[in-house]
Design a protein around this ligand. Sequence first.
Ligand SMILES: [Zn+2]
Length: 428
Amino acid sequence: MHTLRARTLSFDHETGTPVHHEKGAVVVDTDGKIAWAGSAEDLPDNFSSLPGYDYGKKLLMPGFVDPHLHFPQYRMLAVYGKDLLDWLNRYTFVEEQRYGDSRVSEIAARLFLDELIRNGTTACMAFSTVHPEALEALFSEAVRRKMAVISGLTLMDRNAPEALRNDLATIHETSIDLIEKYHGKERLGYAISPRFAITASEALLEVCQSLATRFPGLPIQTHLSENLAEIALTEKLFPWARDYLAVYERYDLVRSNSLFAHGIHLSESESRRLASSDAAIVHCPTSNNFLGSGLFPWLKRSTSDHPIRIGLGSDIGGGTSYSMLATMRDAYVVSQLVGKRIDPSALFRTATRENAELIGRLDRIGSLEAGKFADMILLDPQATPLMAERSFLSESLEDLLFALIILGDDRAVAETFIAGQPVKTALQ
Ligand SMILES: [Zn+2]
């Protein structure tokens, strides 16, 4: 066992209220779990003589959780596409075809998880591809690192190249085999993962429905209402549907453990129905800005009479950064542009506690509390010469957090801990 001392910040498991200690301490047990967390002066006697480290004024927090990104797009950032559908067809579908080769997938899985660790993301829910080899490579690498990773076979069978289409005759059975092999193994989870309505036939959506019914505890991840051309094409492909969400509703894919990326252009009716189902939207602002998809009205959706649960994701590689700090920065900028400003504390809470809850893991991660995994990050508010100068102006925690959001990136993550082990400095 050992003790880490630092300034600590977490958001309460039950209430979400900030828990901040100028001089805090976290005791990590030999299983990589938190044995105790609180103010250093309250450290119980039986822990006070443990070996450990004192990180002074650096900020020790729960690790970031990324509830929406794409593993096979790990290197496909910054490609010059016009908009979502153009970007998918010209770049994404080409790159994803490489993942039928397990050597490609194995190398990609290492680099993908390295980059998450470098940026302080300790758990994620990620899309993979249609290839079982790719999913198995990602899961194997996550197990090797003891990381909490949720993913699933990407389901698609039309409006995509032949090599990226599931075989309808076998996909149901293949999915069940993978679910039984991986869901709940070590820290892995399986998510039912139809890419989006446009790339799914009604027969494939029936397969999703069957899987969702058979495995009610499995999360469902997909995309919704990201781009106006995407919405128009969806309405054309499903003429019986009253709107985009109705396609997923028809196949029982809208439920409390469903995560819909984007949801930018929702109608009021769709917003109300999402809220009543308790499904969540994952706001991915760097991706929305990069692809020119639109401005997501976060606070309008989360504080209306019908509030929707909202998470914050990088959406790599439509997103432009693995950094959740950079993701928070774009979320803040978007909130300014839509006229309802979000505060720094809410952004940090979303990137840790709320995202952990969305991916169904709040019982194990997302806050610094006894019994949870010691998945943590150490943030350095003085990581660069400019940040050091800026930090001298900070007189409150809220201001310190805001400067980290606006000026920070992977350089501000001094260390990443997975199950108590320092893994970022070990990469270098
Ligand atoms: Zn996405």
